[in-house]
Write a new protein. Structure first.
Length: 317
């Protein structure tokens, strides 16, 4: 939900429409191509809603949305003024649609900051039951199919919490394990990353990850998790055998928990830009319904990928 003039969003829609038109020119396709074309045909059938236009078509529904929003915000005012405020805020309008079950999820961020996307989501949708902290992750699809889950990893937190406490890092690990199971594979193997492995360095930043690992083992004993680990000890079995013998991760991590936002943001962009990985996100986890936040540097492919992941999340709520 953001301005249609955005050229990246237009390119995403244009590519889908062009593929759909091309599908009419030839009838015999290999099965895998036909399956992809059917995906495109279904997307072209999607309903597009403009906030202002929908107000003209169904004023009562928009009035209901504004009632819902302003009662939640404990704001009072005339209905007309309230409607005008709501309809001029694409993000709030989208979140209220999700709250009202008129939409299953929302993807934003190509034209808005993370703070602007997250604010109405937390105000209106709130956090999911049992979740201590909202955080952000990326699904990283790499060319290294012998690592991770057939080359796919979950990186967190790479987009939201700047300097999480040990308790928050442990909570991020738990929520990330749930996201991994819902989107990627059945068995998350979690590495709590640091510049130290098992006491090889002494520093307050290391102590934070050590404490986060202890809390995670205590509060979430079902997780396959270890720390503190350097990246090579998390991903390379031979290095793990040398640096962290006996670690349950054993060089097979597929969920990487970064100690702070500096490390997470830099890490995912290095893997994306220099390693050639596809990066889908930042996906938000811990909100009651699916809301996801794109980077303002996203491509149209990123938009399509995050929309697809959001649709999967919506089916699991």
């Amino acid at each position: 939900m953001s301005k249609i003039e955005n050229p990246v969003k237009l390119e995403a829609a244009r590519a889908r429409m062009a593929n759909a038109r091309a599908s009419r020119k030839k009838m015999d396709y290999p099965a895998d191509v036909e399956a992809r074309l059917e995906d495109v045909r279904q997307l072209v059938l999607a309903q597009f809603i403009d906030a202002g236009l929908s107000a003209l078509k169904d004023g009562r529904k928009v009035g209901g949305h504004s009632d819902r929003y302003f009662s939640n915000k404990l704001v009072r005012g005339s209905l007309n003024i309230r409607d005008m405020i709501l309809l001029n805020d694409y993000l709030t309008f989208g979140i209220v649609m999700v709250k009202a079950n008129d939409a299953d999820g929302m993807v934003a961020g190509a034209c808005h900051s993370t703070a602007d996307t997250l604010r109405p989501a937390l105000q209106i949708l709130k956090t999911a039951p049992g979740v201590k902290l909202v955080s952000a992750f990326f699904v990283m699809d790499t060319v290294f199919k012998d690592q991770g889950e057939n080359g796919t990893f979950l990186f967190a937190d790479c987009g939201l919490n700047q300097d999480p406490t040990p308790e928050e890092l442990a909570a991020i690990a738990d929520t990330s394990s749930r996201s991994f199971k819902s989107l990627i594979g059945p068995k998350p193997v979690i590495a709590m990353l640091s510049h130290s492995t098992k006491g090889s360095a002494k520093h307050a930043l290391v102590d934070k990850v050590v404490e986060a690992t202890r809390i995670a083992h205590e509060e979430y004993p079902h997780l396959t998790l270890d720390g503190e680990l350097q990246l090579d000890a998390a991903l390379v079995p031979s290095v793990a055998k040398s640096k962290a013998p006996g670690s349950p991760v054993n060089g097979h991590a597929n969920v990487l928990i970064f100690p702070n936002l500096d490390a997470g943001n830099i890490g995912y962009k290095l893997v994306q830009r220099l390693g050639g990985a596809e990066a889908y996100g930042p996906m938000l986890q811990g909100i009651a319904k699916p809301v996801n936040d794109l980077s303002r540097g996203c491509s149209w492919q990123d938009i399509v990928g995050v929309v697809a992941l959001t649709a999967v999340q919506a089916q699991l709520v």
